[in-house]
Ligand binder design. Sequence first.
Ligand code: COA
Length: 257
Amino acid sequence: MTLDHLLLEKQDKIAWVSINRPKKLNALNQAVLAELNSLFLALNEDENVRVIVLTGSGEKAFVAGADISEFAEFDAAEGEALSRQGHEKVFDLIAKTQKPVIAAINGFALGGGLELALSCHVRIASSNAKMGLPETSLGVIPGYGGTQRLPQLIGRGRATELIITGRMMNAEEALQTGLVTQVVAQEDLLATAASLAEKIMQNSPNAVAQALKAVASGYAEGVDGFSEEIKRFGACFGHPEFIEGTQAFLGKRKANF
Ligand code: COA
C-alpha cells in the first residue's frame, strides 16, 4: 500500500498513524480519506496490531477539517455524496474497527478533524488543542457524524451550542465535558497514548473487541444494546482468552494475552 499523505509506524503491536499534510494543517482531502480507508481496512486484519493511535503531523494541528478547497463549488447532490462516502468509507469504518483507536489530538481538531477524533474510541489531547465544529460559519453543517457523535459524548445541549455557535473549545473544557479523557503537555501526548495502549493490551483482545461492539450497539439504530451485551458476554465464554484470563486469576498469576 502506498501512503503519500499518512505516516505509518508499527511498534510493539501499536500502529501509529499520522495525517501528514502539515502545511495545510492536515486538512482531509479526498486523497487522505482514500488512504485512511485502505489503511484501516488493512489494520483491522493485521494480526501484529492491537491498538491504533491516530494523530496529526506537526505541532499545530490534529486535523483542521475537511479540505474546504475541494467542496467549495459543490451542488446539493455532490455535497450529499461527499458526506455519505465519508461516513461509509472512513468515519464509520474507524468507529467499527475491532481494535481500539485512540485519537491523540495535538492541536486544532476542527470540523472533519473533530469528527475524525469523534469516530475514534478514546480521545486524549495536548494542552494547546482546540476543538470545534465551525461548519455553520461556512454555511454548511457537520457532515461526517458530528451532529450525532458529539451529542452522544457530551450531551445534546452542549453539542448543539457548539455546533450553532461554531466556537472552539480549549483542552480544559474538552476534558470537563468528557470529550477527551486526558489532557497533557504536547511533548507528553504520544507517551500518554502509548501508556494507554499498553494498559489496554494487558487485557484480552477478544474481550476488548466484544466490549467495543457492545458499547457501539447502544448507539446503533434498531439495536437493543442490552440484548447485544448479553450476546457478546456469552460469546466470550469458551474463547481461549477467557480460559487464559480466568485460569490466570485462579492460579494467582498474570494473564498472558
Ligand atoms: N481546508 C483547506 N485548507 C485549510 C483548512 C481546511 N479546512 N484549514 C487550514 N487550511 C490551510 C490554509 O488555507 C492555509 O493554507 P495556505 O498556507 O496555502 O494559505 C494553511 O492551511 C494554514 O492555515 P492558516 O489559516 O493560514 O493558519 P492559521 O493559524 O492562521 O489558522 C485555523 C488556523 C485552524 C484557525 C484556520 O486554518 C481555519 O480556520 N481553518 C479552517 C477550519 C474549518 O473551518 N474547518 C472546518 C472545515 S469543514
